[in-house]
Design a protein around this ligand. Structure first.
Ligand code: SF4
Ligand code: SF4
Length: 482
């Protein structure tokens, strides 16, 4: 039997099966222990410090007790606290991004994904550099500035050289006032050497979903291909960090295994990164199993209802306050709307989950990775967010200023966010409105910017932001940032 050790570099010790089972048992036993629940909620509350606001976060055991709790008033309190924490660090900003599928060739056998190797009737496509150029121009013309590139695992079709060349192509395209300023990368677990190459290519976050933390289920769900190696996959973030990538994005595919198990595993993974590398995950994604070609979500008996899904989001926000949380267009407008209140800080908009989908007039289905529930245009999503009182942000400033890893975290921790993220959100939203928005979205947006500029606490920062907003409106000058 292996022993739980968050500092270990061995998967089975930092994601420890016995510790997860004990955590679930402990949470179940204490799910109505009001005294304990109150003390956990109090520990997690934002505290004022001389620099701003500090949040302590929670251990995987404490967070699991909150997740298990079924007392309605306490759940209400949790949701309120999640929102409070979100307000403290993210304000009303929501960062926008889009996925870009480069290739759906894949040698793995993941049973929940239509790109699995044995699926012979799905159309296989790998974009050429010219096709990538066309896709990126289409994304720039929508207003996107931040992409997450996706590719199946295939050493021949999707070699690291192909990925690196594609990143270079994406960054090089300047179409009208458009630019992709941050490329996050979601590709298979790889070597330290390859992670170093990705870092040198200027990637933002390296994203790799664990899919499931339960090793036994993992081996069954990934019966063939290199991804079958649970330890290699689970230890990937440590290799990425060793290769110099200090912004990493975690995620599980909810629905494959019991959610309590996944949640505890996710929290332990975050604790492990903090313990070993001194910096927790930059983001956590919360996808759920969805219908796709050759895939029936009903076949997975751990599917989650919306209520539990929302509780998971709130508990993540409370437990890891400095970590961004991402929700994709797998979810409907209604679910996305609710999750925003509970701590989601980044959403995708107008996504096409097929290879080459952005240059097609109609949404193609023959190479999609999953069905998209929220099919609105980016303009519609931006408009909707503003009507709900949020500021859609296209900010990529930290990446561009080299504020990654713990330097990004110290921005959060020293309370400079309101003088930094807030004006950046307003300036990038202004760019979007001037260059891409519909008349109605422009009207709502400019009024919002005017109102929100007044909320920048530092007078000098407020004045500079105002001048920059005016410059964006009256000229082609772009890419202002704090
Ligand atoms: S989840 Fe990723 S690795 Fe698995 S089959 Fe799909 S594309 Fe391939
Ligand atoms: S300033 Fe940095 S932390 Fe703030 S929104 Fe921009 S990229 Fe994110």
């Amino acid at each position: 039997m292996s022993i739980y050790n968050p500092k270990s570099l061995k998967a089975e010790e930092f994601i420890n099966h016995e510790e997860i089972l004990e955590t679930i048992e402990y949470a179940e036993k204490n799910k109505r222990n009001v005294e304990l629940i109150d003390s956990i909620l109090n520990k997690a509350r934002p505290q004022k410090t001389e620099h701003g606001v500090h949040c302590e976060g929670l251990t995987h055991r404490e967070a699991s007790v909150l997740l298990a709790c079924d007392i309605p008033e306490k759940i209400e309190e949790m949701y309120k606290l999640a929102n409070e924490i979100k307000q403290a660090f993210y304000g009303n900003r929501i960062v926008m991004f889009a996925p870009l599928y480069l290739s759906n060739y894949c040698v793995n056998g993941c049973v929940y994904c239509p790109y699995h190797m044995k699926n012979k009737h799905i159309k296989r496509i790998k974009l050429t550099q010219d096709q990538i150029r066309d896709e990126v121009i289409a994304l720039q013309d929508m207003g996107h500035k931040r992409l997450a590139i996706e590719a199946g695992e295939d050493p021949v079709h999707n070699s690291i050289e192909y990925i690196l060349e594609s990143i270079k192509t994406i960054y090089s395209i300047q179409h009208k006032n458009g630019a992709i300023r941050r490329v996050n990368v979601n590709i298979a677990a790889t070597t330290v050497e390859n992670y170093r190459k990705l870092k040198e290519a200027g990637i933002g976050t390296y994203i790799l979903f664990q899919e499931t933390y339960n090793k036994e289920s993992y081996l069954e769900l990934h019966p063939t291909g290199p991804k079958h190696d649970y330890d290699y996959h689970t230890e990937a973030m440590d290799r990425a960090m060793e290769g110099g990538i200090d912004d990493v994005g975690l995620g599980v595919l909810f629905g494959l295994e019991g959610y309590q198990y996944e949640f505890a595993g996710l929290m332990m993974h975050a604790e492990h990164l903090e313990a070993v590398h001194g910096v927790g995950p930059h983001t956590i994604s919360v996808p759920r199993v969805k219908h796709a070609d050759d895939i029936d979500p009903e076949a997975f008996d751990n599917s989650l209802d919306d209520e539990i899904f929302e509780k998971i989001a709130a508990c993540i926000r409370i437990a890891v306050p400095y970590t961004g949380m991402i929700i994709s267009t797998r979810e409907s407008q209604e679910v996305r709307g609710k999750m925003l209140h509970l701590g989601v800080s980044q959403i995708s908009g107008a996504s096409r989950t097929s290879v080459g989908g952005y240059t097609e007039e109609d949404r193609p289905h023959d190479s999609e990775q999953f069905d998209v529930s929220d099919q609105r245009t980016l303009d519609e999503v931006v408009n909707w967010l503003m009507q709900l009182g949020y500021i859609p942000s296209f900010c990529t400033a930290c990446y561009r200023e080299g504020r990654t890893g713990d330097r990004f975290m110290s921005l959060c921790k020293t309370g400079q966010i309101q003088n930094c993220c807030h004006p950046n959100a307003l300036m990038t939203l202004c760019e979007y409105l001037v260059d891409y928005a519909s008349e109605d979205t422009k009207k709502i947006g400019f009024e919002l910017i005017e109102k929100e500029l007044n909320k920048i606490p530092n007078a000098k920062a407020q004045q500079i932001a105002r001048e920059n907003v005016d410059a964006i409106k009256s000229s082609n000058r772009r890419d202002f940032r704090f």
